[in-house]
Each structure stands twice: as structure tokens, then as C-alpha cells.
Design a protein around this ligand. Structure first.
Ligand SMILES: NC(=O)c1ccc[n+]([C@@H]2O[C@H](COP(=O)([O-])OP(=O)(O)OC[C@H]3O[C@@H](n4cnc5c(N)ncnc54)[C@H](OP(=O)(O)O)[C@@H]3O)[C@@H](O)[C@H]2O)c1
Length: 322
């Protein structure tokens, strides 16, 4: 079979298309014919060599969609549409950047849909992350205000659409003023240009502060995001777009406002459930959620797809169709 193999840690061209043996399903695992996979920033970091436990060469890809080719357990029939995410996929064992992949049964989410594979490929990890952050971590409710810091990221744009669907009011940020209309077209009620500190701008819109913040830039902007919340408001750090994992100084009684709440979301396979994935796919089919897909690449173009992500030019999810 054909696979995009990350031959060693390094720049995008370390990913090369190769002919490799087609994997076989063993007991408790299933063989999937991969139709598409979404690209994730964590895959870019792994390729760059920032995942010390990942050994190269490796077929990366922490998620994919496709059809069942062989399930020795008999749980799923041949041809069943499925998504597979995480649980070590593309890191501890080979993942979705290939014509076929073998994953544990626990990583499989069946669904039925007539959407194009390139659309379905954008969904699993993005939906798991956004739904987990908004519903499980932030417990966002209708009528609340949500600040999305890192609003132009694919996670940020889907978060805006799901938050609007829930009945929230959304402020989205970008460092780039030219993306303002783009964010408004995606549903944001307000757009704030982020030059490092935005709490004054946010309090001009909501003097009392916002109810919830989805923090996707990470430790660089976390203290400023905490300054944006209303009494008993909550910040959930889900992303680290700012590339800084550790804060140099953090003073809980000072940086967190009195009775303010700070949490993080680090989703994995157990945070997705079959029913909510199918329900979300149906929202997309009905046009109630419109996914932002930046560009669809072929398997041979995996290195270019990684270059596109690294350039920060993408306006939405990058998908590879296989
Ligand atoms: N916790 C979880 O379970 C989980 C799961 C999936 C993803 N994530 C995280 O969620 C975040 C978003 O992922 P994504 O795939 O949606 O990202 P993405 O689409 O690749 O985001 C691209 C955007 O991020 C902004 N950006 C890039 N570098 C930045 C920097 N140094 N400082 C501030 N903004 C920067 C840029 O926006 P502007 O130029 O418009 O400012 C850029 O357009 C990532 O940190 C990812 O690792 C977390």
C-alpha cells in the first residue's frame, strides 16, 4: 500500500510517500481502508521532533475516516463507515496517513453519511476537541458570552459555530485585522485584534467581563484571558498556538480573579461518543454547521499539507483525501 511516512524528525519534506506492506488486523484491532484524514497541529509538532516518545520512521495521523476492511471481532461489517481517533494512533502505532491502517476496536466510531469523504475527514478530532471544551469543560449555556482566543484556528472557528448553535454570544480574536470579516462571516458577534493584551478591548464590549473563555493561544495569553472573565467566569485552556508550554511565573492568588475558574481540556478517544458524532455529522448535512475546510491535498502531497499548516496561512481544517 501507499503511505506518507515520516522518515525522521525535521521539516515537512521528511515526510515521503512510500510503498509499505499492507497491515493486517489482529484480535481486538480492525483494518480500515482510509478515505481521508484531517491534519492536526500535534502532528506538526511530532514531525518536528517535539514528541520524545515517537520513534521514526512512523506513519503519522492521529485520526482518519474510512470503511471497515476487516474486523476479526465481527462487531463491524465490511464497508461500514467509521472514524478512528487517538489512543496512540500515529504515535505509538502507525496512523491515518496511509491507504490502510489498523487500530484498536476502542478507537472506532461508526457513522452513516452521504457527505464527501473530504468533509468527513475534517470532523472527528475537531469535533471531539470543540465539543469537549465547550460542553464538558466550560459547560457553555445559551445566553452566555464566550471569548475565543485564537479564533481563526480550525478549532476556534468550529467552536464559534457550535457556541452560536448553543445560543451563546461570541467574541473571536486574531492577530491579523484583515481576518475580521472572515471571522464575522463565520458567525462571530465581535472580533478583537489580539496584540498581546485584549482585556481592555473586551471590557469595552462587556464591562463586567465575559462568562467563558476558550484559550487556544495558551500560556502566553492566559493571564490576560483571566482578566477578561466576569465574576465566577471560567477559562479553559485547550490549545498552545503560542508554542509556550510552561509559564515562567504564575501567582494563583492574583492571576486568577477571586472565585474565577481555570481548567484545561486534553481530549482523547474516551471523550468522543458514537451518538454525538453521528448527531454532529447530521448537523453538517443539514447545513446547520458549516465546516471551514482550508484545502484538500492528496496522500502524495502530505509534505505540502504540512508546509501549509506550518505557514499559518490556512483558514480552516487541512484535509488529506486518500
Ligand atoms: N486539547 C486538545 O484536546 C486539542 C485537540 C486538538 C487541537 N488542540 C490545539 O488547539 C489549537 C488549535 O489547533 P488548530 O489545528 O485549530 O490550529 P490551526 O488551525 O493550525 O491554527 C492556525 C491559526 O493559529 C494562529 N496562530 C498560529 N501561531 C500563533 C502564535 N504563535 N500565536 C498566536 N496565534 C497563532 C493563527 O491565527 P492568526 O494569524 O489569525 O492570529 C493561525 O491562523 C492548537 O494549539 C492545537 O494543538 C488541542
Amino acid at each position: 500500500m501507499k503511505a506518507a511516512v515520516t522518515t525522521q524528525a525535521g521539516p515537512p519534506h521528511t515526510i515521503q510517500t512510500q510503498d509499505v506492506p499492507k497491515p493486517q488486523a489482529k484480535a481486538g484491532w480492525v483494518l480500515i481502508a482510509v478515505k481521508a484524514c484531517g491534519l492536526n497541529r500535534s502532528e506538526m509538532f511530532t514531525r518536528q521532533g517535539h514528541s520524545p516518545n515517537v520513534v521514526f520512521p512512523r506513519i503519522q495521523g492521529i485520526e482518519c475516516v474510512g470503511t471497515i476492511e476487516n474486523d476479526p471481532s465481527g462487531t463491524y461489517g465490511v464497508g461500514q463507515q467509521v472514524a478512528a481517533i487517538m489512543g496512540g494512533m500515529g504515535r505509538d502505532f502507525d496512523g491515518g496517513y496511509a491507504e490502510y491502517t489498523v487500530v484498536p476496536l476502542a478507537n472506532i466510531f461508526p457513522f452513516t453519511s452521504n457527505l464527501p469523504w473530504s468533509t468527513l475527514g475534517a470532523i472527528p478530532e475537531m469535533f471531539q476537541t470543540v465539543s469537549g471544551s465547550l460542553n464538558d469543560a466550560l459547560e457553555l449555556k445559551s445566553g452566555e458570552t464566550l471569548l475565543i482566543r485564537g479564533g481563526t484556528s480550525s478549532i476556534g472557528m468550529l467552536a464559534c459555530q457550535l457556541a452560536k448553535h448553543l445560543g451563546a454570544t461570541v467574541i473571536s480574536t486574531s492577530r491579523n485585522e484583515a481576518k475580521t470579516q472572515f471571522l464575522k462571516d463565520n458567525g462571530s458577534d465581535y472580533v478583537v485584534v489580539d496584540e498581546g493584551s485584549i482585556c481592555k478591548q473586551v471590557r469595552q464590549i462587556y464591562p463586567n467581563g465575559v462568562d467563558k473563555v476558550l484559550e487556544l493561544i495558551g500560556t502566553r495569553s492566559l493571564k490576560d484571558s483571566l482578566k477578561c472573565i466576569a465574576p465566577k467566569g471560567m477559562v479553559c485552556m485547550t490549545g498552545i498556538l503560542g508554542n509556550e508550554w510552561t509559564m515562567k511565573e504564575f501567582t494563583p492568588m492574583g492571576d486568577i480573579p477571586s472565585m474565577g475558574r481555570l481548567t484545561v481540556y486534553m481530549g482523547d478517544v474516551e471523550n468522543l461518543d458514537k451518538q454525538s458524532l453521528q448527531a454532529f455529522i447530521e448537523l453538517v448535512e443539514q447545513g446547520k454547521i458549516s465546516l471551514n475546510i482550508d484545502q484538500v491535498f492528496s496522500l502524495d502531497e502530505m509534505a505540502q499539507a504540512h508546509e501549509r499548516m506550518e505557514s499559518n496561512q490556512a483558514k480552516g481544517k487541512i484535509v488529506v483525501a486518500i
